[in-house]
Design a protein around this ligand. Structure first.
Ligand code: GLN
Ligand code: ZN
Length: 752
């Protein structure tokens, strides 16, 4: 029985890739040194896989920035605006696509969430019918070098149907008319790869969604026939759910192996066994690539045995459910976690070992392997707090509603005396080295609490002064005390614990270290009031309290698997509600509850999405509704393809929402023409993920555009997201232009 994983986290257990990339961008590292670090990491990861006993090591899982972008570059599918970059060195051109080109004033490709994960990919743009000039794909060289080093590589590439489905094209450009051209580029890639490997993982996660258009589905078998003819080694790889109505499409692809997600798609297991053609092998993704808990052998082993008895051992492979990109590298790096928590955990390295143990159990009834790796049967009693369970059970419907409907609240909030088109930011300001150093020193105990508070206060003062100078209308304290918007709250809530090195890639060089929810969650003490009150004491303008919402805390944490997610979410919502009420009581009357992850947490199929959205919206309402009408509740959401869920956003009943919009040229505002949205809306007017500084004219244009969809008295002005990844010399001029554009549009529309 062959065992394998769908990909290993590329970033390195000490985030070596991140450091190398950032030094390269800063000009401190040469391109050769960057690639030497990457080569070293790849070798290390291949060695781990081989030594764990996996039959293949994964190539093509390692990307300089993003695997979707790697395919885009292979196809040569560069949008017109990158034409000036064509003569650049390939690495420079590649990073211009990923991060924009400030010198030439070219915006980066749009970035969005990879299905329902917190990984972000670069969205392909097919902006015209121009032919493309094909490029190369790094997986070929990587696979050749793995082979040369004596590994047995399995290249992992994103498939043509997923690439095309996720590509965006303006009206009038028919992206599916490119299918034949795309398939023939894949034929070339597969032909190049074939000499170096026995199996190629071609990923079509789109088959686990409802995104694939019918006519594209109708062409799937024909396209795969072409690919299989070029290379009879394909493993059609699906993940992130069941195949649903794409089951026949997947089992009939003609690929010799089909990989299915047995963590999220288990309900279709019997159907797949029945439908699988006799010449097709089945790879069962039984080890969860998206969580950190040890596998539960007692639920997985019977499943595998069933597959073996139906198909025979030679036709069964065992794998991870998806790439291990979504989990951290190695539990043995964690020396400070309580034993009772750590011995329930498995990160990427341990998941490789679990696969090997699983094979031992199935093939040899290897009890020792089982005993060595099984997780303790019962969760630790620490995790259960009766008072929390009772409070959740006692939530009543009136706790989910504000006192009055929006129009009355709006009138009650007039005391804020804000101008039309109020200008604000999303919360964080540049996180300077000095700030990071302060936090680190405090964490290490090398500065006293008093010194720490003084240092953060001075950052807050600086931040308030700068915002006053810029002329923003609703100020923020800047989040200098926060390393991360979820971690900060997790550190103060009961039920959370933290890893030292549990980093997961979010995009490019950005990593997050998700907190771990292992027990019942409740608020032990106020978490933000001191900082916000200090900020408010420095200005007459309103300061917005800044909290992270329950859904986002849940989505960006690793969540216990012994309690329903919905229950965990309600526990967090009650804790946030407590904080909202503390802020209000202390006199903070504008409060933002970020639900950055609301959209990304949405399941991939309609039925599951409805259930999720109801729960998510209710959790937000539970967190936000315990305040007076005169208190203004904001929410912020990132990367939201809102169009379909705007009615649910309206259901959240926030007074003001801010949303990502600039990268897509405000196109999401279309949705506002269909749904009557009564609250205030701040569509982000510039992209904070790029160092590029937007001009006043550009922002003015976007605001005018927004006014076509959103009435003037409902429009707010803000960037796309928080500014913590930017430098002050980027943030300051950008905000200057933003405030000036707001003023210009304000006075122009006052004239008419
Ligand atoms: N308030 C947060 C910030 O500004 C929001 C970040 C986010 O939406 N991801 O950093
Ligand atoms: Zn955001």
């Amino acid at each position: 029985m062959r065992i394998h994983i769908l990909g290993f986290p590329s970033i390195g257990k000490r985030r070596e890739q991140k450091q190398a990339l950032e030094s390269f961008w800063d000009g401190a590292l040469s391109v050769d040194a960057l690639s030497a670090t990457c080569t070293e990491l790849k070798k290390r990861h291949w060695t781990i896989q081989k030594e764990s006993g996996l039959d293949y090591v994964s190539t093509g899982d390692f990307s300089l920035y993003d695997r979707m972008l790697d395919i885009t570059c292979m196809l040569g599918a560069l949008p017109e605006r990158f034409t000036p970059c064509l003569g650049d060195a390939p690495t420079d051109r590649y990073f211009s696509l990923a991060r924009g080109n400030a010198e030439r004033d070219i915006a980066a490709l749009e970035m969005t969430k990879w299905f329902d994960t917190n990984y972000h990919y670069l969205v392909p743009e097919i902006d015209s019918d121009r032919p493309w000039t094909a490029g190369t794909h790094p997986v070929v060289a990587d696979t050749a070098s793995a082979r040369e080093l004596g590994f047995s590589p399995k290249p992992a590439i994103i498939g043509p149907f997923t690439w095309l489905t996720l590509a965006k094209a303006p009206r009038g450009v028919l992206k599916w008319s490119r299918l034949d051209a795309v398939v023939s580029a894949y034929v070339n890639l597969l032909t190049d790869l074939a000499p170096f490997c026995d199996c190629i993982q071609i990923e079509e996660p789109v088959l686990c969604t409802e995104l694939l258009p019918d006519d594209a589905r109708g062409r799937f078998h024909e396209a795969y026939a072409t690919l299989n003819a070029a290379c009879p080694k394909l493993m059609l790889t699906t993940y992130f759910g069941a195949l649903g109505r794409n089951l026949q499409t997947a089992v009939g692809s003609g690929c010799p192996v089909l990989h299915v997600d047995m963590v999220r798609g288990r309900k279709q297991f019997d159907d797949i066994l029945n439908a699988l053609p006799a010449d097709t092998a089945l790879s069962l993704g039984v080890v969860d690539g998206r969580n950190i808990w040890k596998i539960n052998y007692s639920t997985v082993v019977p499943l595998i045995r069933q597959a073996v008895s139906a198909l025979g051992r030679d036709r069964v492979l065992l794998g991870s459910s998806c790439s291990l990109l979504h989990c951290p590298a190695d539990v043995t790096e964690e020396t400070e976690l309580p034993e009772h928590i750590r011995n329930r955990m498995a990160f990427a390295v341990q998941k490789c070992a679990e696969l090997s143990a699983l094979r031992g159990i199935i093939e040899n009834n290897d009890a020792a392997a089982y005993a060595a790796s099984a997780r303790p049967a019962e969760p630790h009693p620490d995790g259960r707090v009766e008072a929390v369970r009772e409070r959740v059970a006692a939530v009543t419907p009136d706790m989910l509603s504000r006192r009055s409907p929006y129009p009355e609240r709006r009138a009650a909030q007039a005391w804020l005396s804000l101008p039309p088109l109020p200008a604000t930011t999303i919360g964080s300001f540049p996180q300077t080295d000095a700030i990071r150093k302060t936090r680190l020193e405090y964490k290490r105990g090398s500065i006293s609490e008093a010194d720490y508070v003084a240092a953060i206060r001075s950052e807050i003062r600086n931040c308030i002064e700068k915002q006053e100078q810029l002329g923003l209308d609703v100020l923020v304290h800047g989040e200098a005390e926060r390393n991360d918007m979820v971690e900060y709250f997790g550190q103060q809530l009961a039920g959370f614990c933290f890893t030292q090195n549990g980093w997961v890639q979010s995009y490019g060089s950005r990593c997050v270290k998700p907190p771990v929810i292992y027990g019942d969650v409740y608020r032990k003490h106020p978490m933000t009031t001191d900082w916000i009150l200090y900020a408010q004491s420095l200005t007459k303008k309103p300061v917005k309290g800044m909290l992270t919402g329950p859904v986002t805390i849940l989505c960006w944490s690793f969540v216990r698997d012994d309690l329903e997610r919905g229950e965990v979410c309600k526990q967090i919502a009650l804790a946030v509600r407590d904080e909202v009420q503390s802020l209000e009581k202390a006199g903070i009357r504008v409060i933002q509850i970020d639900e950055a992850a609301l959209r990304e947490g949405m399941p991939l199929t309609r039925d599951e999405a409805e259930i999720y959205l109801r729960g998510a919206v209710d959790a937000f309402r539970l967190a936000s509704s315990g305040v007076e009408d005169s208190t203004q509740i904001h929410s912020h959401m990132c990367y939201s393809e809102f169009n379909a869920i705007l009615p649910w956003i309206a259901e959240m009943d926030a007074d003001v929402i801010s949303i990502e919009a600039s990268r897509s040229g405000m196109e999401l505002l279309d949705a506002f023409t269909e749904v009557h949205y009564q609250g205030a809306v701040g569509p982000g007017v510039y992209d904070i993920h790029s160092p590029r500084i937007p001009s006043e004219e550009e922002i003015t244009r976007l605001l005018r555009r927004a006014l076509l969809y959103i009435p003037k008295d409902q429009l707010w002005v803000n960037p796309d997201c928080g500014l913590k990844t930017r430098r002050w010399d980027e943030a300051r001029p950008s905000l200057q232009h933003m405030v000036a554009a707001a003023a210009r549009v304000r006075s122009a529309s006052a004239d008419c």
